[in-house]
Design a protein around this ligand. Structure first.
Ligand SMILES: Cc1cc2nc3c(=O)[nH]c(=O)nc-3n(C[C@H](O)[C@H](O)[C@H](O)COP(=O)(O)OP(=O)(O)OC[C@H]3O[C@@H](n4cnc5c(N)ncnc54)[C@H](O)[C@@H]3O)c2cc1C
Ligand code: SF4
Length: 480
């Protein structure tokens, strides 16, 4: 027998006690708790299986303690609510019975079963979870907590707003911090914005303040053009190898050249580029770091629509929200209509959930067979805030907003939605499997595009919206 097989075999010498909770009906309304008890009671290594209305109550805990004290059981499984609620309760009961608290295994049959499944399948899943916990319990060994001295140093990976803020917070608590950013610039995706919703603060002001604090703090070391290329150690004591290399991608080289050629002030955040805290290295080098804690703040990359997705790449009149934000930033004041690339935008359609909330069978997968099934959580507010700005500054531009759901997460963001409704943005709601169709008009037409949508807000009426510009509210993807 291999070691692997031996370690997963139930230990006939162990006496596992299984304690199943009804949770006052929260569990037992959907899981046949008595049936689970009967099924697991005869599993190898199980000494007793008991049920209780509230296992976390004093009488429930007493059941466990009595079985431990009498020697009936020497391993404990409680099947109840999420471990975050009561794992500590049951470990403490075991300690009070004079036993080691690590002879305990938890099965969550409430949040993971009765709250999400019903009928026979719920009982079946609960049985399997409890059986797995009982098998694992037989492998548990009494443990003693140990203390490890941690290296008094933190590493933050990613120089966007999250990484900058984290570096400041840790340094203010008295710990040295290394901030590792792979590009030459600090600020991350916020440096690609103009104004920040919901406060309307200028992105450059926000970043000037944050980066200013980072650069001025004596305990923070900033490493740009840097990436971790080696990792070792363990909790509290990690070793990192950090490689700094001259930039190689064309966009970054172009930006650096522009800064040089135009002698742009690098003591402040450069709009749509970020803050350049130091010249990029002329040649590669490697730095070794001993660190006690690593924070990953590597952020996201905006989703790039597929060629032809809502006409993207096929029509110059279809752009993404980040592109619109950058193009709007040089908008001369006092225009009745928004002007993009020298064209008056009389009518603009914004389409939500592009590259987010993708559904198997409805949306095509990418080349690696992947779908972005999550909500990106920032694009609704960013779209509505941009629509509001256009309606405030260019009232001659009509804005149509086509959404699946409006999800304005976060404090103050619902107000952005309300303001859009008041400012005359026209909303249409579409189903995921019946997305708007962007059609190109022939050159003689008054508008280059027509967007048709079947609108759930007008009882399924199909409408065609003439548009000078279509803007895609693209979501987030993990950075590559
Ligand atoms: C179009 C649009 C509009 C938005 N508008 C708003 C708004 O109005 N208000 C608002 O609050 N939010 C807005 N957001 C959201 C906001 O941009 C994000 O919440 C914010 O950028 C997240 O910051 P971050 O530091 O987590 O990530 P990022 O900004 O993505 O920064 C991550 C940093 O990590 C670096 N990095 C990545 N990988 C590595 C690596 N391996 N090693 C080292 N460094 C690495 C990157 O280069 C980058 O500098 C908007 C987003 C979009 C797309
Ligand atoms: S935030 Fe809005 S637009 Fe973005 S993915 Fe979620 S629902 Fe869609």
């Amino acid at each position: 027998m291999t070691d692997e097989k031996r370690s997963s075999t139930p230990d006939a010498n162990k006496k596992v006690g299984i304690y199943l909770c009804y949770c006052g009906g929260n569990i037992s309304d959907h899981v046949d708790v008595e049936a689970v008890r009967e099924r697991v009671a005869s599993l190898p290594g199980v000494a007793v299986a008991r049920t209780n209305m509230f296992m976390c109550s004093d009488p429930g805990q007493e059941l466990i303690m009595e079985d431990l004290k009498s020697g009936t059981v020497d391993r404990v499984v409680v099947a109840s609510c999420a471990p975050s609620l009561h794992e500590a309760t049951f470990r403490s009961a075991i300690e009070r019975a004079g036993e080691n608290p690590f002879i305990y295994e938890h099965a969550n049959i409430r949040e993971q079963v009765s709250w999400v499944h019903h009928g026979d399948l719920a009982t079946e899943k609960a049985t399997r979870l409890v059986a797995a916990a009982a098998a694992k319990a037989q492998q548990l060994k009494p443990l003693q907590p140990i203390q490890v001295n941690a290296t008094q140093h933190a590493t933050v990976i990613g120089g966007g707003v999250a990484g900058l803020r984290t570096a400041i917070d840790i340094a203010q608590r008295g710990f040295p911090v290394s901030l590792i950013e792979r590009s030459p610039f600090l600020g991350g995706q916020v440096s690609r914005l103009d104004r920040i919703a919901p406060t309307q603060e200028k992105a450059t002001d926000l970043l000037d303040a944050l980066v200013g604090q980072v650069l001025a703090h004596p305990s923070i070391t900033v490493l740009t053009c840097a990436q971790v290329d080696g990792f070792g150690g363990y909790i509290g004591n990690f070793r990192l190898s950090v490689r700094q290399t001259p930039p190689t991608d064309a966009e970054t080289i172009e930006r650096l050249k522009r800064i040089d050629d135009e002698k742009i002030d690098t003591t402040r955040t450069i709009p749509f580029i970020g803050m350049l805290p130091a010249s990029p290295p002329a040649k590669p080098s490697t730095i070794s770091l001993e660190t006690g804690m690593i924070v990953l703040a590597t952020g996201f990359t905006p989703y790039t629509p597929r060629h032809g997705e809502y006409g993207f790449g096929e029509s110059p009149h279809v752009i993404t929200l980040p592109q619109l934000i950058e193009k709007m930033a040089d908008q001369p004041a006092g225009r009745n209509c928004l002007e993009i690339d020298g064209r008056r935008i009389r009518s603009m359609v914004m389409i939500h959930c592009v590259g987010s909330r993708q559904i198997p069978g409805i949306h095509p997968e990418d080349e690696s067979g992947h779908l972005n099934e999550y909500c990106s959580r920032t694009c609704c507010t960013a779209t509505l805030a941009t629509a509001n700005r256009i309606r405030e500054t260019c009232p001659g531009t009509q804005v149509f907003d086509m959404y699946r759901d409006i999800r304005t997460y976060g404090r103050g963001q619902e107000a952005v939605y309300e303001a859009a409704a008041r400012s005359g943005v026209v909303f249409a709601r579409f189903e995921a499997d019946d997305a708007p169709a962007v059609n190109r008009n022939d050159a003689t037409g008054d508008y280059p595009l027509t967007v048709s949508v079947t609108d759930g807000l007008t009882f399924g009426e199909t409408i065609g919206v003439p548009a000078d510009l279509v803007v895609l509210a693209t979501g987030m993807e993990p950075p590559v």
